[in-house]
Write a protein that binds this ligand. Structure first.
Ligand SMILES: C[S@@+](CC[C@H](N)C(=O)[O-])C[C@H]1O[C@@H](n2cnc3c(N)ncnc32)[C@H](O)[C@@H]1O
Length: 341
């Protein structure tokens, strides 16, 4: 399995307004977390788990810095961005230095750093984390039990494949939470925005994934992609259902953590909203293709730029003919606290 990183050289930053808009729905929850978080004696640590190239968390981190500074003036604050080792950290650090909306601007007590290690491992010292934020990262899996045979999208896997994917998703969720339970200060807070399934098992991506898989099947028929390579192409992500998120809390497996707030809902898709306003199908196709390549290009195509570009042009052409494949994403938003005492 390839590391599920995002399309590099800043491409993800430029093509992830869908994720940014969806994450806005968590603003009120983030405010409540910032008001509730217990603050440590020394410097305050804020972590961004699965930050990618950073653009989409600038606003939330700036908010966290300002709200916590209002509660604890004169405290230094360390922001830790975490992602997989192969992620494009260069774009993140360039953005922090050069962009007008970098949270470092005008905030002299804020310090930025990064960790290149899976968030399914321990990342931070015990009892050190006041606020953890993560958006659109925790549906990515640590491993694939096997490639999904007939599709690229694990949600559309055959029942026996689906069972082993669900086991990995459950193990990963438990690992993430148990490591954070060590790292949070008592009273510390996590706010997580995660791709999810609704009660019918839909994530909002299935029509687009069917179309993408159809494009790849046609490329096989044309001899542009081998059938063997197509068979190994699987996006290593598995959005979870409501009871999969709540299971470790309900089973009492994480006694130090409390699930304070939890919502699964469709979140606005800005490309779709723009299309409904303007009727510009070409722009919609470009937006949705950019979103797809930014998030899933590296998992499917690795460094094969030629194949990725051919696929992207075919996908855009098909979306322009069937714009109804663009849907709102189903998203889980939750606030978790580490119990005091
Ligand atoms: C869709 S991006 C989300 C980026 C950003 N948080 C946002 O909201 O737009 C998902 C990020 O999660 C990272 N990721 C996936 N699995 C991970 C893991 N096990 N540990 C750390 N990061 C991971 C990917 O590399 C990618 O940068």
């Amino acid at each position: 399995m390839r590391q599920p990183i995002m399309q590099g050289r800043g491409y993800y930053n430029a093509h992830s307004s869908l994720q940014a808009r969806s994450a806005e729905e968590a603003d009120a929850m983030l405010e409540r977390a910032l008001a509730a978080a217990a603050l440590p004696e020394g410097p305050i640590t804020i972590a961004d788990f699965g930050s990618s190239q950073g653009r989409n968390s600038m606003r939330q981190i700036a908010l966290a810095l300002d709200r916590l500074a209002a509660r604890a003036a004169h405290k230094d604050m360390m922001v830790v961005h975490t992602d997989l080792p192969g992620s494009d950290f260069t774009s993140l650090f360039q953005l922090l230095e050069t962009e007008p909306h970098s949270y470092l601007r005008g905030r002299e007590r804020a310090f930025a750093s990064a960790i290149g290690r899976s968030f399914y491992e321990r990342l931070l010292p015990a009892d050190s984390l006041a606020i953890g934020w993560s958006s659109f990262a925790l549906h990515w899996l640590s491993a694939l039990p096997q490639p999904v045979g007939a599709h690229i999208w694990p949600v559309l896997a055959a029942p026996d494949e689906a069972r082993s994917l669900a086991e990995v998703a459950a193990r990963d969720w438990h690992s993430f939470l148990s490591h954070r339970a060590e790292e949070l200060v008592p009273g510390g807070q996590l706010v997580l925005v995660i791709g999810a399934m609704d009660d019918s098992g839909a994530t909002g991506l299935e029509p687009l994934m069917d179309m993408a898989n159809g494009v790849l099947t046609k490329l096989v028929a044309e001899g542009r992609l081998s059938a063997e390579e197509h068979a190994t192409m699987t996006i290593p992500a598995r959005p979870r259902m409501r009871d999969e998120f709540t299971a470790p809390f309900e089973k009492g497996e994480l006694p130090r953590l409390g699930l304070e707030e939890f919502v699964i809902a469709q979140t606005p898709n800005p490309a779709l909203l723009r299309w409904q306003e303007t009727g510009d199908t070409t722009a919609l196709a470009a937006d949705i293709t950019g979103f797809f390549i930014a998030a899933f290009g590296p998992s499917l195509f690795g460094d094969n730029d030629g194949l990725r570009e051919l696929f992207a042009s075919r996908l855009a052409a098909e979306i322009a003919l069937a714009p109804e494949v663009a849907r709102p994403l189903v998203t889980a938003t939750m606030r978790i606290s580490r119990r005091r005492g």
